[in-house]
Design a protein. Structure first.
Length: 198
């Protein structure tokens, strides 16, 4: 497709191409590769019934090899039908072949990887790997602080957030998913400028 100067184009992505539920911690191919002939900025949004969030998308040149996951304190619902869905999560996307990724989850994962114990996966370009926190009402379920590290300087993309949560966690209603693309460690700094709209 073509975009005029300063123009915007929307591309609908079929749910089957991107949906990761019930597919935790297995290698998959839920990725779209976008290549442009000139510089563009890319944003993605995810819409579901009563739920919406959006994120910028980093170009491959801005990706790194090491990330720290940032999600949110995971609410534990008083509604049994929501309880198993309310988890924090992240997705890794390989952009190079022969990518060895070390994952050290901050809490126990959905499939039983222990908190603080690193494990390694092997990925090829275009492959994805989704991780969700455990969904036990008895355990802490925030994956914030988990580390993701691609060996040998290989670049990866990482998206992190929550499948469904309440912000603040003690809210009586208003569950929603949140997600954004993670920034690599080498983009971190020490001085920041922040403003408020209030």
């Amino acid at each position: 497709f073509s975009i005029e100067d300063n123009g915007i184009t929307f591309v609908d992505i079929p749910k089957a191409w991107a949906y990761n539920e019930d597919n935790e911690e297995v290698i998959d191919h839920k990725v779209i590769i976008l290549t442009a002939t000139d510089t563009v900025s890319v944003f993605i949004s995810n819409m579901a019934t009563y739920s919406f969030d959006a994120s910028f998308v980093l170009p491959v040149e801005s990706l790194g090899s090491e990330y720290i996951i940032q999600s949110d304190q995971q609410s534990i619902s008083d509604n049994a039908s929501h309880c198993t869905q309310e988890t924090s999560a992240f997705v890794i996307i390989a952009v190079e072949d022969d990518t060895e990724v070390e994952i050290r989850p901050a809490v126990r994962t959905m499939t039983g990887h222990a908190a603080g114990i690193a494990y390694t996966i092997s990925m090829s370009a275009g492959e994805t790997y989704s991780v969700r926190s455990n969904n036990s009402s008895e355990e802490w379920r925030d994956l914030s602080g988990s580390t993701v590290f691609a060996r040998n300087g290989k670049k990866i993309a990482v998206f992190n957030g929550n499948t469904i949560t309440r912000i603040p966690g003690n809210a009586l209603n208003g569950r929603d998913h949140i997600f954004e693309q993670a920034l690599p460690i080498d983009s971190c700094g020490r001085r920041f400028v922040i403003t408020s709209s209030q």
